[in-house]
Design a protein around this ligand. Structure first.
Ligand SMILES: O=P(O)(O)O[C@H]1O[C@H](CO)[C@@H](O)[C@H]1O
Ligand SMILES: O=c1cc[nH]c(=O)[nH]1
Length: 239
């Protein structure tokens, strides 16, 4: 049994959804999964396994940021997980993105994150799994969801509001980076390390440059819609 996810191998599904927030993990398990069973609660990093449309699925909290997420991903790999999909929220960088829009992370740049230490001198740029993001994109379009696919940036700093940091994010926006969050670079790098399938789908919660944040209900509706779409798509693909 790994140190932080207190589960045995057969308790975790091949398909794992990854919210940062433990309350969201609990909520997703109870709202969307049939017969959800809690397999770990150590440090309140809740993990549940149940079924969706008859397919076994887990939902595992990553916590906030790369170090916490990296521990969880290493341990999910030890436990045999194969398809990992982050379902999170992000700040928009691109002009015109609206609250509750959906972003699919084709790749993740890094702003000062510890994941870069995986390889010396080279910053890897591992992409999402193409089949996964292609199917997620097609599903979102069919459902008429406002969806954007492209590069996102993973930062270690939520309150990095210094002029330099904001200038850096503006530069990234000029290069087409859509949004900022705190976990995907860990996901794509560790998936590459072990040959796992990975994708990140995000709901826009705020716009970084205007500092306008959507109200809680709007974010919740976006997260619900995103989660249902992800579950339907992934269980159809890999059942
Ligand atoms: O919505 P979740 O998955 O919690 O993720 C986002 O929210 C947290 C910051 O509030 C960071 O972890 C960021 O990546
Ligand atoms: O990591 C995050 C998530 C939402 N909004 C941000 O500005 N950063």
């Amino acid at each position: 049994m790994p140190i932080h996810i207190e589960a045995k191998e057969d308790e975790v599904a091949d398909i794992v959804l990854l919210p940062g927030n433990p309350e969201r993990a609990k909520y997703i398990a109870k709202k969307f999964l049939d017969d959800p069973k809690l397999y770990t609660s150590y440090r309140e990093m809740y993990g549940y396994t149940g079924t969706f449309n008859g397919v076994k699925v887990s939902v595992q909290t990553t916590g906030m940021g790369v170090p916490s997420t990296a521990i969880i991903l290493e341990e999910l790999n030890m436990l045999g997980a194969k398809t990992l999909i982050r379902v999170g929220t992000c700040g928009a960088l691109k002009e015109g993105l609206e609250a509750a829009d959906l972003l699919i992370g084709q790749s993740a740049a890094t702003a000062g994150t510890t994941i870069n230490s995986l390889t010396d001198d080279i910053t890897l740029a591992p992409p999402a799994d193409f089949e996964l993001i292609n199917n997620l994109y097609q599903s979102a379009i069919k459902l008429d969801m406002p969806v954007h696919v492209g590069q996102i940036v993973t930062s270690d700093y939520f309150y990095g509001k210094s002029d330099n940091y904001i200038d850096g994010l503006k530069k990234l926006a000029e290069y087409g980076v859509l949004g900022v969050e705190m976990e995907t670079a860990a996901l794509y790098n560790i998936a590459a390390k072990y040959g796992l399938r990975a994708a990140t789908v995000l709901t826009v919660s705020d716009h970084v440059f205007t500092q306008v944040r959507a109200d809680k209900d709007k974010i919740q509706q976006g997260v619900d819609r995103m989660t249902e779409m992800v579950l339907k798509t992934v269980t159809k693909l890999f059942d």
